[in-house]
Design a protein around this ligand. Structure first.
Ligand code: 13P
Length: 252
């Protein structure tokens, strides 16, 4: 079953992007349209301020739009927060939840991340649930234990292969230019697959597991070839059309 999973290349723009960034998005859509037979789905997660605008810019292009976070509630007195329903309303299909930067900067717990995933589904969005160990945890030999515990706490038991995507992002590889070896990636992704099968039964078999952390055009094919890697969650290299398209081509 795992072989039939369509890979996803997702760009996480983080807190980057202005109206002028629509030029890059347009160039990405044009480059994707030029590919004879793209073998992956493509998603861009810009800041929330740009989702509605880019939905109009990208129109019928093959690029889907996602968000980087949502609030668990559908509305109410939560100043500064954004409901999953609002993201769907302006054209998002997907939302990232539990990114390590939100876990670190905003103290997000596994339980909160799980409630955000449920909010995403309530609004008809897919949830990309992020997990990943710190450098100290890896050095202590605890990477697999940490990731397993995050999956147990952050992935609600009703998750399905069609509404949920897992992203494994080792924190020490994010924005550093350092990546795990393909063998190390495979070890974690195999363990994530086994845990998902245990937690979710058949739904865990077909669920996409993305790798994230310093994915670039030059290393995308190698990382993609690792066992149970079903795509990439790309930060810095998703901001420029040339780089992002280079990664998409590696998957095609
Ligand atoms: P970089 O690709 O910039 O390392 O970021 C990865 C990431 O955090 C994507 O969510």
């Amino acid at each position: 079953m795992a072989n039939s999973i369509t890979p996803l290349v997702a760009g996480n723009w983080k807190m980057n992007g202005m109206i002028a960034s629509s030029d890059e998005a347009r160039a990405m859509a044009a480059g994707l349209a030029d590919l004879a037979d793209p073998k992956c789905d493509v998603l861009i997660c810009p800041p929330a301020t740009l989702i509605g605008f880019l939905a109009r810019v990208l129109g019928e292009s093959a690029i889907s739009l996602g968000a980087q976070d949502c609030h668990p509630q559908p509305g109410g007195a939560h100043t500064g927060d954004i409901a999953a329903e609002m993201l769907a309303d302006v054209g998002a299909t997907t939302v990232i939840v539990g990114h390590s930067e939100r876990r670190q900067d905003h103290g997000e717990t596994d339980a909160l991340v799980a409630s955000k995933a449920q909010a995403a589904w309530r609004a008809g969005l897919k949830a990309i649930i992020c997990v990943g160990e710190s450098e100290a945890e890896r050095d202590a030999g605890d990477a697999l234990t940490v990731v397993r515990s995050q999956l147990e706490g952050s992935v609600p038991p009703e998750a399905t292969a069609s509404d949920t995507i897992i992203a494994y992002e080792p924190i020490w590889a994010i924005g550093t230019g350092r990546t795990p070896t393909p063998a190390d990636v495979a070890e974690v992704h195999d363990a994530v697959r086994e845990t998902l099968k245990e937690l979710l039964r058949p739904e865990g078999e077909g669920m996409r597991i993305l790798y994230g952390g310093s994915v670039k055009p030059g290393n995308a094919a190698e990382l993609m070839s690792a066992s149970n890697v079903n795509g990439a969650l790309v930060g810095g290299a998703s901001l420029k059309a040339e780089d992002f398209l280079g990664i998409i081509r590696a998957y095609s």
